[in-house]
Ligand binder design. Structure first.
Ligand code: PLP
Length: 451
């Protein structure tokens, strides 16, 4: 109907990251409210959101502690900045807290409005630092194919996805290394250890070829998220971190998805046993209740960057809403809720159940692989399991499965050939069973159609 919510959404909105034929076929879902892990649309239909919004609504959609904290802070101080040596008390407290819960003894925090801006900010911090230390040529950024770091011109250049070519990106000097997905990129006869060693050798060869003195830093997600939920091949970080250390290249852990419990520990770098030089945080930082990102500099970088700023009397960077008091108050509460109200614990306790559900669905002849870590999971659709041959791209099987899920009252995300599940941390065992049942119904329906 022309006046429906769906058609009004279709008429006036430029959809981001949306498969347009698929949304035209099915129509938009216009969401009015949420409860626990469920969202409701304008027709009153209920959907279990197995994506936690966009990985971020980890405490669900109606956490009273978070909404009350927001309301109270709006009453006290509804907005302020962090320029000119002025900032809110909430900002001070959050920075202290973030350093306390970080893997660093000491550190400094810089705030943004999003994860993209946090990565952009980190790149500018590195450029600023190297130039101040007399090495202005250290500008190249190393990331990986299938890594996702955001959409601003710099963070999209870091993102290792071919779709950015429509923007003429990446910018020069953004170098993408191999994706550590053994199942997909391992060569015939290559063991996982050999695969990891090959990626480490590629990293070192790239550093030597480009010149260590031209590289500003290395950015990686502990588990790749938007690239399709890709945990690193075994031993990956233990292999690449020493090489980066050998050449003095700063290591930045993009914890926008992994941070605050998603992989079962506070940080993804903890899960993979490495200590970076800085952490990028967003999404879970406020449990999705406020748009905010943060750069957390570890002790050494913090000292060097502060010294560089002192030398020219200023770090000339910042956003109007950097360190927004409402965002900071919500983040303080969200960290407390996730760490002390049993949410992180629920992730650890239900991970075996989550993995068992994924493994069971992966028995289907058209699921080639299940993979995951903590509450991040993916099932990869294949036409032929033995040869790992994907379905024809134009068939877009994962889009069809996601649409079929929507029909059954489940939101899950198609990413490439995979279906991704990243439930909120508050999900119960029963709700998880409901999630798998609905997904199984959708999978069977679509695979029967395309078989
Ligand atoms: N980094 C990672 C690992 C992400 O997953 C995302 C978003 O999905 C970003 C950065 C960008 O964050 P934002 O969408 O808030 O700009």
């Amino acid at each position: 109907a022309p006046n429906s919510w769906e058609s009004r959404a279709d008429t006036y909105s430029l959809y981001g990251f949306t498969d347009l034929p698929s949304v035209h076929a099915r129509g938009a879902v216009v969401v009015t409210h949420g409860k626990g892990p469920y969202i409701y649309d304008t027709h009153g239909r209920e959907y279990l959101d197995a994506n936690s919004g966009l990985w971020n609504m980890v405490a669900g959609f109606d956490h009273p502690g978070l909404t009350e904290t927001a309301k109270a802070q709006y009453d006290r101080l509804p907005g302020y900045h962090a320029f000119f040596g002025r900032m809110s008390d909430q900002t001070v407290m959050l920075s202290e807290k973030l350093v306390e819960v970080s893997p660093f003894e000491k550190g400094r925090v810089f705030y943004t409005n999003s994860g993209s801006e946090a990565n952009d900010t980190m790149v500018k911090i590195l450029w600023f630092l190297h130039a101040a230390e007399g090495k202005p040529q250290r500008r190249k950024i190393l990331t990986r194919w299938n890594g996702y770091h955001g959409v601003t011109a710099v963070s999209a250049s870091m993102t290792g996805k071919p779709y950015n070519s429509v923007f003429g990106l990446p910018l020069p000097g953004f170098i993408h290394l191999g994706c550590p997905h053994y199942w997909r990129f391992g060569q015939p006869g290559e063991t996982e250890a050999q695969f990891t060693a090959r990626l480490a050798a590629e990293l070192e060869a790239t550093i030597i070829k480009e010149g260590p003195d031209t590289i500003a830093g290395f950015f990686a997600e502990p588990v790749m998220g938007a690239g399709g939920v890709i945990p690193p091949s075994s031993g990956y970080f233990h292999a690449v971190v020493p090489i980066l250390r050998k050449y003095g290249i700063p290591i930045i852990s993009d914890e926008v998805i992994c941070g605050f419990g998603r992989t079962g520990n506070t940080w993804g770098c903890e899960t993979y046993d490495f200590v970076p030089d800085a952490i990028i945080s967003s999404k879970n930082l406020t449990a999705g209740y406020f748009p905010m990102g943060a750069v957390i500099l570890g002790d050494e970088l913090a000292r060097r960057v502060q010294a560089a700023a002192e030398a020219i009397e200023e770090f000339p960077h910042g956003f109007t809403a950097s360190g927004h008091p409402v965002g900071c108050a919500i983040a303080l509460k969200a960290i407390d809720v996730v760490m002390n109200e049993g949410l992180a614990q629920n992730v650890r306790e239900l991970t075996p159940h989550f993995e068992a559900g994924l493994a069971r669905l992966a028995e289907h002849p058209n699921i080639g692989e299940w993979r995951g870590k903590g509450f991040m999971g993916a099932l990869e659709a294949v036409r032929d399991k033995a040869t790992r041959t994907p379905f024809d791209g134009s068939l877009s099987v994962s889009e069809r499965i996601a649409n079929a899920c929507t029909d059954t009252g489940l939101i899950c995300r198609p990413l490439g050939q995979s279906i991704v599940l990243c439930p909120p941390f508050i999900i119960t065992r029963e709700q998880m069973d409901e999630m798998f049942e609905k997904l199984e119904t959708a999978l069977k329906r679509v695979f029967d159609e395309v078989a």
